[in-house]
Write a protein that binds this ligand. Structure first.
Ligand code: PGA
Length: 244
């Protein structure tokens, strides 16, 4: 059962290039997309043979006076195929808005990168019964510049549902809730644009996925894969998740 896609989000880890190369060598399996931090992209890309290369973010402009930013074209040139956009850590720590995320998604697909759009609610929002409202807004605005999917190079989209309270906490959501969210997300996508029906969309779960609990999510046909943070830094663990 290896038609699932697993995204390894290394975040700002490890600290050195040597460690990054080692980790890439040990994690190099089919079905995995490795997303190292920007300085390690090129060498990790050269190291992996079976896994694919992803980035953790990009900037929406193609070039210009944007200190510290990295464009879709620059990533593409390094062999990057996927890009995480709108991760909750960027939304929360850097004030990334749905409008900024929409521009990032547009620039990714125009360059032929497959965007991994992260959506999900906080604990307070979940407790207040606002999960669907939040996710609906994140999808609607995040994909709002994609009215003309037919004009773009990438016809693929990945949506990762990551409840914020489940990220890095050791407490994942339940597979049942994730299945309900996957259905909800699919139903929302068709509202975004008529062209959306031509777009291949995979829906992933993220938030405290480990080698122990991955099977509960990945054995379900409604869930197309997982976005893994902490556990992706341990090669044995990530291999257990990918090769089940
Ligand atoms: P986690 O991170 O697996 O460590 O919970 C997931 C994420 O941030 O995408």
């Amino acid at each position: 059962m290896n038609n699932k896609i697993i995204i390894a989000n290394w975040k700002m880890n490890p600290a050195t290039l040597e460690e990054a190369i080692q980790l890439a060598k040990e994690s190099d399996v089919e079905g995995l997309v490795i997303c190292p931090s920007f300085p390690f992209l090129e060498e990790v890309g050269k190291t992996i043979k079976k896994a694919k290369l992803g980035a953790q973010d990009l900037f929406w402009a193609p070039r210009g006076a944007y200190t510290g930013e990295v464009s879709a074209k620059e990533l593409k040139n390094l062999g990057v195929e996927y890009v995480i956009i709108g991760h909750s850590e960027r939304r929360q720590n850097l004030g990334e808005t749905d409008e900024m995320i929409a521009k990032k998604i547009k620039s990714a697909v125009e360059e032929g990168l497959i965007p991994i759009l992260c959506v999900g609610e906080t604990r307070e929002e979940r407790d207040a019964g606002k999960t669907q409202e939040v996710v609906e807004r994140e999808l609607k605005i995040g994909l709002s510049l994609m009215g003309q999917w037919s004009n773009v190079k990438s016809q693929k989209l990945i949506v990762a549902y990551e409840p914020i309270w489940a990220i890095g906490t050791g407490t994942p959501d339940t597979p049942e809730n994730m299945i309900a969210m996957a259905k909800f997300i699919r139903s929302q996508l068709s509202n975004v644009s008529r062209q959306m029906s031509d777009v291949k969309c995979q829906i992933l779960y993220g938030g405290s996925v480990t080698g122990q609990n991955a099977e509960q999510f990945l054995s379900r046909e409604e869930i197309d894969g997982a976005l893994v943070g902490g556990a992706s830094l341990k090669p044995e663990e990530i291999k257990n998740i990918v090769i089940r």
